[in-house]
Design a protein around this ligand. Structure first.
Ligand code: CUA
Length: 158
């Protein structure tokens, strides 16, 4: 088939094909090796069953230590559950959040809480609220017609 091709051309063609194979092999190896996971060490969950899967079947605040809480949340079109959270000043909150529907976000202005809520994943983040006040919990990923209505309140009491 390559009979009439100059010799050097065959060599380059072979090298090109070989490097492609090596490249794909490395890529495949990396994908398997790294597990192709989304960033931030996320656990997985079946989105359609998220609302029946503990602990997301009962979203809410759970005290796990002195001024330390686990906050299990659901983000869904177009609200957060729970929609209002009360904690004392200086509390460390371990957020665990997922969604049964589409991609949402959880942004709390004035903090560095900025989480992406992805169907099939449990997103975790820890933050210590040192300043008392009313904080807004906002969805910052466009999720549909009610996106701008999707918000909650986190009250840090002095
Ligand atoms: Cu949920 Cu935007």
């Amino acid at each position: 088939m390559f009979k009439h091709m100059p010799r050097y051309e065959k060599i380059w063609l072979t090298l090109g094909a070989a490097s492609l194979v090596v490249f794909l092999a490395i890529l495949g190896f990396m994908a398997v090796g790294l597990g192709l996971d989304a960033p931030g060490h996320m656990d997985t969950i079946v989105p359609a069953q998220a609302m029946q899967t503990p602990p997301f079947d009962a979203p809410g605040l759970k005290q796990i230590g002195e001024k330390e809480y686990e906050l299990v949340m659901l983000g869904q079109v177009f609200a957060f559950a729970p929609g209002e959270v009360n904690i004392p000043e200086g509390s460390t909150v371990h957020f665990r959040i997922t969604t049964p529907d589409v991609v949402h976000g959880l942004l709390i202005p004035g903090t560095n809480v900025n989480m992406m809520i992805v169907p099939g994943h449990i997103t975790e983040f820890t933050y210590t609220f040192r300043k008392a006040g009313d904080y807004l919990m906002l969805c910052n990923e466009y999720c549909g017609v009610g996106h701008h209505l999707m918000m909650g309140k986190l009250i840090v009491q002095a």
